[in-house]
Design a protein around this ligand. Structure first.
Ligand SMILES: [Zn+2]
Length: 224
């Protein structure tokens, strides 16, 4: 056994890999257990919602309903430092997007930004951590296009109308220009779609030729 494999073997015994969804111990080299693989199946092309953005609709693909073990998993990912889940979510999401694309052109991948304060507090942008490997898997560049210019508090306690007002004017373009580009915009969870709608509007007003969105999970407003 080569040293690197021996070390890996030792690490797996001391810290066995655990299922992304239920936290149970799984075989080395796997990310989800047999039960969860059977129970939690990513949505097909039906997993898509339409988000109204100014005068058009932007599609948003998602993998799972935000409930049960998916919700538990995403809470561990977002608030309890389980950053390594990003790789699993990204592979599943890239598979879902790649399957639905049917030759439709995309030029770059970006993600919903966090405010500077929130980023400092969490230490990572959970959407960017997913979007980067999605971009790699799709053979597209990841580009930081958006920034959040001010914190706007939590969205999940607000009604749909309050959410829309709460995100207005909070995002702006940064970095490379998006003019003429078709952008895939990624977030971790889509609820009413108000954040994705506002970010999409900023990209389109900045000259993007088109925007498509994708999220790991879709939450009903009352669930989040
Ligand atoms: Zn499991």
């Amino acid at each position: 056994m080569r040293l690197s494999r021996l070390v890996r073997f030792g690490v797996d015994i001391l810290f066995p890999p655990r299922c992304v969804f239920c936290g149970g111990i799984v075989a080395p080299g796997t990310e989800i257990c047999g039960n969860c693989a059977k129970e939690i199946v990513p949505s097909g092309t039906g997993g898509c919602v339409s988000i109204p953005v100014r005068d058009r609709d932007v599609p948003c693909a998602f993998l799972y309903p935000y409930e049960g073990k998916v919700r538990d998993s995403m809470l561990r990912y977002k608030f309890h430092g389980q950053k390594q889940y990003a790789g699993f979510y990204a592979r599943e999401l890239a598979g879902r997007i790649g399957g639905a694309r049917r030759g439709e052109r995309l030029d770059l991948v970006t993600s919903v930004p966090l405010s500077d304060g929130r980023l400092r507090e969490r230490g990572y942008n959970q959407s960017e951590l997913i979007a980067k490997p999605v971009a790699r898997a799709l053979g597209l560049p990841y580009v930081r296009c958006l920034r959040k210019t001010r914190p706007n508090g939590v969205q999940h306690l607000l009604s749909r109308e309050q959410r829309l007002r709460n995100v207005r004017g909070v995002y702006s373009l940064c970095g490379e220009p998006v003019r003429g580009k078709r952008v895939l915009l990624i977030d971790d969870i889509v609820t009413t779609g108000s954040t994705l709608a506002e970010c999409s509007a900023v990209l389109l007003e900045g000259g993007a030729a088109g925007v498509a969105c994708a999220a790991v999970a879709r939450s009903a407003p009352e669930q989040s």
